[in-house]
Design a protein around this ligand. Structure first.
Ligand code: MN
Length: 197
C-alpha cells in the first residue's frame, strides 16, 4: 500500500463541540480512509503508481483524481485544526488578507458565504496565487487549487454533508460558524510563509 491514512494530531474528542468526536471518527477514520484505499487500488499499474500525491492531483482526472483530490483535501483539512488555536492570523498573512478583503472580518464573511452557498458537495478554499496575493474559491466534489493550478492551498472547509451532519444535521451555516473556533491560524501562516503544504 502506497498512501497511508495520516494520523490525527489531536484527540478525536478535542475539537468538540465545534466538530464532535463521532464526526471525527467517521470522517477521518472511515471516509478519509476509504479515499486512501481507493486511491491505492486505482493507481496500481498506472503511470501514477509511484508519483507523489500532488503530482497525481495535478495531472489525473476521473476516478483517480476524485480519490487523490479527496486524499489531499482531507489531509489539509484535518491538519488545519487545533483544540485551542489563536483566533486571528497575524503578520504577513494578516496583511495579505487586509489587502484583498479589507479586514479580517470581511474575509471571514466572504469565505463563509462561499462555503455556505456551494451547491451540493465540495470545498471552500483560501489559496495563495503566484504573485503572493490571496483568493477564495469554491470547488465542487474533490476540487482544489492544485488541480485547477490556481495557487497554493492555505486552508479549506469541507462542506460535504459527512463533515457536519452528525453535529449540525442540515445546518451548514452553523458548522461553518463553528469551524472558525478550531481553525489553526498558525498552520495557515506556515503554509503562506513557507510556500508549501
Ligand atoms: Mn470530507
Amino acid at each position: 500500500m502506497r498512501f497511508e491514512l495520516p494520523k490525527l494530531e489531536y484527540a478525536v474528542e478535542a475539537l468538540a463541540p465545534a466538530i464532535g468526536k463521532e464526526t471525527l471518527e467517521f470522517h477521518h477514520g472511515k471516509h478519509f480512509l476509504t479515499y486512501v484505499n481507493n486511491l491505492n487500488g486505482l493507481i496500481e499499474g498506472t503511470k501514477f503508481e509511484s508519483a507523489d500525491l500532488e503530482t497525481i492531483v495535478r495531472e489525473s482526472d476521473g476516478a483517480i483524481f476524485n480519490n487523490a483530490g479527496q486524499v489531499l483535501n482531507h489531509d489539509i483539512y484535518f491538519k488545519s485544526f487545533s483544540p485551542s488555536p489563536k483566533s486571528e492570523p497575524s503578520g504577513k498573512l494578516l496583511e495579505a488578507i487586509r489587502k484583498r478583503f479589507g479586514s479580517f472580518g470581511e474575509f471571514k464573511e466572504e469565505f463563509g458565504k462561499a462555503a455556505i452557498s456551494l451547491f451540493g458537495s465540495g470545498w471552500a478554499w483560501l489559496y495563495k496565487k503566484d504573485d503572493g496575493s490571496l483568493e477564495l474559491s469554491r470547488e465542487p466534489n474533490a476540487g482544489n487549487p492544485v488541480h485547477s493550478r490556481t495557487g497554493l492551498p492555505l486552508f479549506c472547509c469541507d462542506v460535504w454533508e459527512h463533515s457536519y451532519y452528525l453535529d449540525y444535521q442540515n445546518r451548514r451555516a452553523d458548522y461553518v460558524q463553528n469551524f472558525w473556533k478550531v481553525l489553526d491560524w498558525e498552520k495557515v501562516e506556515e503554509r503562506f510563509i513557507n510556500n508549501k503544504l
